[in-house]
Each structure stands twice: as C-alpha cells, then as structure tokens.
Design a protein around this ligand. Sequence first.
Ligand code: SF4
Length: 693
Amino acid sequence: MRDAPAKRPACTLRDMPDVETHCPYCALQCGMTLRLGDSGRVEVGTRDFPTNRGGLCQKGWTAAELLDHPDRLRTPLVRGRPASWPEALDFVADRLRELQEAHGRDAVAVFGGGGLTNEKAYALGKFARAVLGTRYIDYNGRFCMSSAAAAGIRAFGIDRGLPFPLSDLGRADTLLLVGANVAETMPPLARYLTEQAAAGGTLIVIDPRRTPTARRAALHLQPTPGTDLAVALGLLHLAIAEGYVDRAYVAARTTGWDEVAKLAAAWWPARVERLSGVPAADLLTAVHFLGRAERALIVTARGAEQHAKGTDTVSAFINLALALGLPGRPGSGYGCLTGQGNGQGGREHGQKADQLPGYRRIDDPVARRHIARIWGVDQLPEAGVSATELLDRLGTADGPKALLVFGSNPAVSAPRAARVIERLRALDLLVVADFLMSETAALADVVLPTAQWAEEDGTMTNLEGRVLRRRALREPPPGIGTDLGVLAGLGTRLGYVGRFDTDPRAVFEELRRASAGGPADYAGVTWERIDAEDGVFWPCPKDDHPGSPRLFTEGFPTPDGRARLVPVDHRPPAEEPCADFPLYLTTGRVLAQYQSGTQTRRVAPLVAAAPRAFVELHPDLADSLSIVDGESVRLVSRRGAAVLPARVVDTIRPDTLFAPFHWPGVNALTNDALDPTSRMPEFKVCAARVEKL
Ligand code: SF4
C-alpha cells in the first residue's frame, strides 16, 4: 500500500534564487518574492505585480515568520501521541471505514477552507464525493462570501467577485463602498482609492463605524447595523425620483424592473432616515454623486453580506447598479470584494455543499454525469448542508460521527462558537490537517502536519477572478506532509481505484477538464499561460481564448442574456436590541490579524501591533456606564459572554459595539441565524450589552 505523503528530504533550496509567488493571506493575493537568505531564513520581497504594484501590508511582509516557527507541527499526532504517517493514516482510514459501515456514508463529513489552493479545494470535493460518498462537505467560505455569490448568480447568472480588473477602482468618478474597510483589510488596495481621489473622483462609504476607509471618504453614511438594505432601497427610490435611472439600459439589458421600482417607492428618504439613522440629505447627496458620474462603481463586502438578509442586501445594491446602467462599462459596475486568499477559487471547484467543479450545480444531471465520468464513479451524493448547519449536526443521533478539517478553524471562526466546540467534542473522530495547533486541532483525535504556502505549488484565484500561480521556494521540513498527499493516502486506504494525484500540476490538469463547459471554465488556463500573462482571468474555455478580464460588456450569462432585477424588501435583523440586550454588536477585522488568527496570533510584529481582542464603544455610552478607556468589561449576548478591554472611540455609533473576531471568545456571542438563500450566518449584528466589572 502506498503511503502518502512520502518522506521528504531536509529543506533544500530550489534552482531559482528568487521565487515569484503571492501572499498566503487575503484575496488581494499580493505578488511577492521569496528567497532563502544567508541566515537560512526565508525573506519576503516585493515585486511589481499588476494588482498590488509592489505594495504589501504588514501581514504579507511577516508571512515567512511561520515557516520555521517553534509552534509548527512536525509529526502526526494520534490522540496526542506522535505517530508515523502510515500509522496515522491507517488509524484514520480504519475509523472512517468502521463509522461508515455502522452508520452509512453520511457518517463522515468534510470541512474545507477558502485559503486552500484550487487544486486542494478540487481534490477535497472529489475525496468527499468519490471516495467517502458523503453529501456532507462545506467550507468556511460560507461565512465570508456566500451572500454576494448567491446575489451575483441570481442577478448576473455568474459569481465572480469583481467582474472587472481591480484597476477600474481608480477610474471611477464615484466609488461607493458598502461594508468594506479596505484600508485595514487590504491596505495595498487603498492605492486605488488614492488614484481615484487624485483623478477627482468621489468616494462614498457605508459603514456603522468611521473606519480608516470611511475617513478617506467625501461622504460617510453611518447606518444602524442591519439597515443597509433599507439604505439601498432609499438610494434607488431617490435615483428614480431624481431621474437618474438609465431607462434604455433597463429596457434593453434587464428584466424585473416594475416590481423592483414598486418596492423602492415605499422607501422615501425620511422613512429610511428614521430606520437607519442616515440623514435624508446625505442619501440625496450620495445619489447625486452616483447619478451624475460618467463612471460609477458600487462595491460590497462582508459588512453588507454577513446578515440573515445578506443576499437580499447585496441584491438591492445590484438593483441600484443596474438601474443606473453601470455593469458592463469600464470604470463602472457592481463588484464584491472577496475576503479569504482563495475565497473565489475555493467556491468554484467543489468544496461547497451544493456545487461541483467549474461552479456547476450538484443538482444538474448533466453536470453530475460529467463529473462522475471524470472521477470514475457511477454515483455522486446529493447536495449537503451549509457550514453552520453541518457543524450543528456533528455528533447528533443522525448527524456525522466523524469530521475531517482542512485549512479551517471553526472553533474560533464559526458563529455561536461554544455550541460548535460542544459539537466537535461530541464526534467519534475529529481529524485536522494544519500546520499549527489551531483551537480546532487542539480538540482533534488526529492532527496531520501539512506544508505551508512557501512549500507548495498550485494556483489561487484572486478577487478579480484572475488565476495565479503559487510557487514553492523549498520542500516542507522532514515529517511534514501535504494536503494532497493526505487525501491520496486516505483514498488508497479506503479502496478508491481512480486517480488521486499528489502532484498539484496533475490535479490542475484534471480540474481543467472537470471545469470545461461550466460557468467557471478553466479549460484554457495553463500554468505556462499564468506565468507568461501575470495570471489568466476565467472564464477561459480554450487554449487560444484570451481570458475574460471584463464581463457583461455584451450581455449576461443568463438564459435570455439580460440581468435580473430581483425584488427585495427590508426586514429587521434576526435579533433586535431589547431591555436586557439594548445595544447592537457588530464584528470585523483589524489590520494586523487575519481570520481566526491561528497564523497571525503567532507572528511577533503582528502580536505587538494587535495583541488582543477588544470592544469599541462610543464615549456617550461609556460615560453612561462609567466605563473608561482600557478598563476590562464584560460583553454579553444571548449566546455567551467575553471579558475584553474597552476602547472608547468616537468613530462608532452610540448604540453599537464592535469587536474583532480574530481571537477565541468573540464568536461565542455572534448569532448563527442564517440567510435563507446563502446560508450565511449573521455575524454583523446581534443584540448585546456591556457590563462594568
Ligand atoms: Fe497579503 Fe492581503 Fe496584505 Fe496583500 S493585502 S500583503 S494579500 S494580507
């Protein structure tokens, strides 16, 4: 029996002294160089890649610090004891087989991540469906981008975060950012804001906090959390009233206008002001900026999405963009800023419960036959359930008994985290593949140490839909395997007779065939082309196809070629403030930390910059509770509590609290109420109170 991953030699420097690759963290995927310095440490350098143009944030500069970090996992652990790779994989395979024999195929679940390369995301979906035969697979991207994805598909027939190159941001006369704090989450992207401002453009930001991004804006709309949808409806109402609707565009390129216009009619500015707190005059100013611009862009991010009505909120902003006739013109349109490193590619190739590679639907019989043929199986399981629902079923009487986790830390990143930890503890078998001991790995029966980004080849797809090359500088240290090796090793042990490559290039070649003809068609993308062209934009169906940097110029990939205006109406958040929990709690990110912090909480300069979680509150609120800046306070919601230092700032609404989610504890409070379409949890708003200790 083949053992995977194979034993590897000690770290060796490859032929190239400098390796051109991309940052391991966010979806901007900044181009960078890596080299092995004289001291033997890996050094990060910049390079002039079209998106970041030589810029990196502090996270990118320090990314190599984890490669030789003392916390790095270096040997498989079975029930806390070091084991050889064959022992660990035999143990996992035997337990999976036993559990499936006793409880059926769906006794095993798989949980992936938006940071996995395209090859790993593809292989994970294949492993779940073709080897395990389970319907239970989903990933943490469900927490990040799924609402914009769902809204994009229902309006445009396709989900590609930005359907235009990033450089368009600098060309817009008016740029409206909704719930996007790029100055902190993607600092190199802020240079496009500078470019836009230098060209005389106007930036408008919608955010309940006056973030560093909002401080750059000509106009900041600061709504009550959970009211973005009403604000979007109010903007559309005013666009109609002020005569800014592009009637010819709406007639020729969209369907559904009458119903959408009828709903917007009920959202007159005074009503929106009463509900959201955004002054009617500011709404009017925003509409004038958007309506009078020759080129206008509307861009949403997590602030609009992470709600139990996130899909409808994004739809409302897409409706506004379509009413103004924006999509399809250079410097104009609608886009979504994807968050995780491979958030885009990770949701295209099959680790989502309802999808097959190429962004195919799993309930499409033609797609099922195509993928089953490539994988050499007769049957594929049906659609599973979303990440939150999957986690909630773990260890229950009829739920999965085992979970395999790759590149994710749901014990920290999932909403209502205490309940998630309880479910993880209830499993018969928890297996985690990671390179550091995350909070989820600490609960695992088996921990499998895997390679880091500078030790692997593969592809990532950035927020523009540009497929990029991740290039290895060195081999993983001895004892450390790869995710592809783990999947192949388990596949062999579980009796899969089809092909399961450990070489990422071979996996990519299979992915190209699997995606051919699907919405996210990579058939014409090759590693050579990516190298030669600074990435290739999908869809790219043929070798001689130029790729698709700009979508929707002629039509939309819908059956009739028109975009669909979707009628949506405002509704309150799943949880409104009450006597016991009189405030809104919203969550988000800080510059020096990333996601659940497994990596960035171990990088000394990042820890120095952002050492711990905190809660922001307005001076008026702090005064009323006799809380002073820096004092420890207790933050409480219906689901849990956390003790955090208070930060008293006047950049937040007096009725709102903010806490960053990179540390354990904050997501113990967040609400797991789900959007009915995207199944995204409502991270961005819940009812809470703050107590003086
Ligand atoms: Fe990395 Fe994102 Fe920072 Fe660029 S902006 S260096 S991709 S974390």
